[in-house]
Ligand binder design. Structure first.
Ligand SMILES: Nc1ncnc2c1ncn2[C@@H]1O[C@H](COP(=O)(O)OP(=O)(O)OP(=O)(O)O)[C@@H](O)[C@H]1O
Ligand SMILES: [Mg+2]
Ligand SMILES: [Zn+2]
Length: 357
């Protein structure tokens, strides 16, 4: 699995989440490590990975000047192998009860055997039962100074407030498609995969901010072939061909309903996924609207597209009033949700949208 093979092993390989990484590194260099952290944020954005890197940096015997763990000393090696006795990972999704928490509470009483600190990672900590969370509270309040807790969760709103308030909180963000692309490109070079950059960009976009998802998608695609074009990826996702999209936007600019219905039916009959199609349309409309309102956003917006595609569509829409674009977004957004609810005739909400423009 690519996502296992390419799990970053130090801060330098870690992508994005700069605010979190910087603070953690500084704490290590200044020896100001807190006793409890909460890493919260969307799935596949690096919470577990960073918890492991941090635990290694805390215990590394040969820390680098930039706070990276060496990955060479006995402590780093055994953390990497999962055999370090003072690094305890608990998956609260499967071990959520009071007994597991008692084990932690007992474990906290014993000093580290080999490590400088005993690091406990409690993953998916929102899954702990209320009973277990309450039992844990006291330990979390005043742990011995040789203990560090790292709690991770995708759903911080489900963690009880008394636990939240005793942690130093870090919010992880969705990775941008540019950040994801950066890593996919490294994997491509390393694995000597023959894949077009445009194809990688599409994968990065479709991963919706999750690096794990991007790597899993790449894995799946590599099962078919080692020689991958943009078109392969479009087919894989059921994405509508660029030519269709371009002529759709031209007809939209002209409010040519007859043409729009024609293109739409063509797309439908060709078996494309309509949800993905509307998603594409909306992403482009949003991008165009943002750049129209604030041209300084252009680079940011471009990073989410294949630049030539965006430029072409921006050009097509550049004469029409921004109020029209706003209107299109409203109408297509409405039809997006309607399609997702699987109406009796799948294409109907989109046809209706076209009649409304
Ligand atoms: N910021 C990142 N930089 C580099 N690789 C990343 C990053 N985030 C995720 N990955 C990749 O995705 C994989 C999964 O990441 P990780 O397990 O850290 O995610 P997570 O945030 O803990 O997700 P979950 O909430 O599902 O547990 C990693 O093995 C790595 O390959
Ligand atoms: Mg995780
Ligand atoms: Zn080390």
């Amino acid at each position: 699995m690519l996502y296992r093979k390419y799990r970053p092993s130090n801060f330098s390989e870690f992508i994005g989440q700069k605010h979190v990484v910087l603070t953690l590194k500084n704490q290590i260099l200044q020896n100001k490590i807190a006793h409890a952290y909460l890493f919260s944020g969307p799935r596949g954005t690096g919470k577990t990975t960073l918890a492991r890197i941090f635990a290694k940096a805390i215990n590394c015997l040969n820390l680098k000047e930039n706070a990276d763990p060496c990955n060479n000393c006995n402590n780093c090696i055994s953390i990497n192998k999962g055999s370090f006795i003072d690094f305890i990972e608990i998956d609260a999704a499967s071990k959520r009860g009071i007994d597991e928490i008692r084990d932690i509470i007992e474990g906290v009483k014993v000093r580290p055997f080999i490590g400088k600190k005993k690091v406990f990672v409690i993953d998916e900590c929102h899954s702990l039962t209320k009973e277990a969370a309450n039992a844990f509270l006291k330990t979390l309040e005043e742990p011995p100074d040789y203990v560090v807790f790292i709690l991770a969760t995708t759903e911080p709103e489900k963690v009880i407030p008394t636990i939240l308030s005793r942690t130093q909180k870090f919010q992880f963000r969705f990775l941008t498609s540019e950040e994801i692309f950066e890593k996919l490109k490294k994997i491509k070079e390393n694995e000597k995969i023959n894949i077009e950059d445009e194809a990688l960009k599409l994968i990065a976009q479709q991963a919706n901010g999750s690096l794990r998802d991007a790597e899993t998608i790449l894995d799946k695609i590599l099962n078919f072939s080692n020689n991958i074009t943009r078109e392969d990826i479009e087919n894989f996702f059921g994405m509508v061909k660029k030519d269709f999209i371009l002529s759709f936007f031209e007809a939209l600019r002209d409010k040519n309903k007859k043409k729009l219905l024609e293109i739409l039916n063509n797309i439908y009959l060709n078996g494309y996924d309509l949800v993905i199609f509307v998603d594409e349309i909306l992403r482009f409309l949003r991008g165009v609207a943002l750049v129209r309102v604030n041209p300084e956003l252009k680079n940011l917006v471009l990073s989410d597209f294949i630049p030539e595609d965006f430029e072409k569509i921006y050009d097509i829409l550049k004469e029409i009033p921004i109020s029209d674009i706003q209107n299109f977004i409203n109408i297509f957004l409405e039809s997006y949700w309607q399609i997702k609810r699987e109406p009796p005739i799948l294409i109907l909400p989109l046809e209706l949208a076209i009649l409304k423009i």
